[in-house]
Ligand binder design. Structure first.
Ligand SMILES: [Zn+2]
Ligand SMILES: [Zn+2]
Length: 233
């Protein structure tokens, strides 16, 4: 009897079910599946664009950033927008599975832990236009930013700026249309006074959205801006 109780008491209790292999485990994603995620090996340090050649050199910039520097200083985007990461993002955004915000945040935190960059004073999730927010019910960028801010005890401020122009979904347009689409889409609220910021988004596609937000933040006094996104396409 005692032996049985002992066995029962010492039996590992698994907190999570891995969303990829469905095995129970002590981490959100099991170690085996984590090792198979589509990690970006080398990317442009400024915009996060995956670079084809891996030179082993740190602080590489892509041709686009060399030609025209974005309004942000650096990007931390650990994964390709590929399975299963893109599926996590789809489930979060379109199936309201908020659990996936925690997973994406945890993956982002893992990458940030490896990074030696100074942490910002404030995290700003890319705002959604009120009409999109009403439709979706939540801002996926804010849901990803929440556990990250908590982890590092950084102030999270989703209210200091807003999206004033409702833009159509970026995925379905050509490059030029996307760029014009986002122009002047953001405004900061009166009293904005952050100098060192991390913008958080779920996925960075062309970078036009975060670049436009960064432009506005910089015009309002921000001096150092990083972009943190779980995925980069
Ligand atoms: Zn797994
Ligand atoms: Zn770049």
């Amino acid at each position: 009897m005692l032996q049985q109780i002992h066995k029962w008491l010492t039996k590992p209790v698994f907190k999570y079910t891995c969303p990829i292999c469905r095995e129970p485990g002590s981490q959100l994603i099991c170690e085996n599946c984590q090792s198979m995620l589509p990690q970006i090996k080398q990317s442009c340090f400024q915009c996060g664009l995956p670079l084809k050649q891996t030179t082993g050199m740190q602080a590489m910039r892509c041709g686009q950033c060399l030609q025209k520097s974005p309004h942000f200083d650096l990007s931390i985007t650990p994964y390709h927008y590929a399975p299963p990461i893109n599926q996590f993002i789809t489930r979060l955004k379109f199936n309201n599975r908020l659990y996936y915000a925690n997973i994406l945040a945890e993956l982002l935190i893992k990458q940030l832990n490896k990074n030696s960059e100074q942490l910002p004073e404030c995290i700003i999730p890319v705002p959604l236009h009120p009409s999109r927010l009403r439709h979706r019910g939540f801002n996926q960028a804010l849901e990803i930013a929440r556990p990250v801010a908590k982890q590092y005890r950084i102030k999270l401020d989703p209210f200091c700026c807003s999206r004033v122009i409702a833009t159509s979904p970026q995925m379905s347009q050509d490059k030029l249309a996307r760029k014009n689409n986002i122009k002047n889409a953001f405004k900061v609220k009166p009293g904005f006074n952050y100098k060192d910021i991390a913008i958080v988004d779920d996925v960075m596609t062309t970078g036009h959205t975060v670049n436009e937000l960064a432009r506005v933040l910089r015009a309002n006094g921000a001096r150092r801006i990083q972009v943190w996104a779980a995925a980069r396409s």
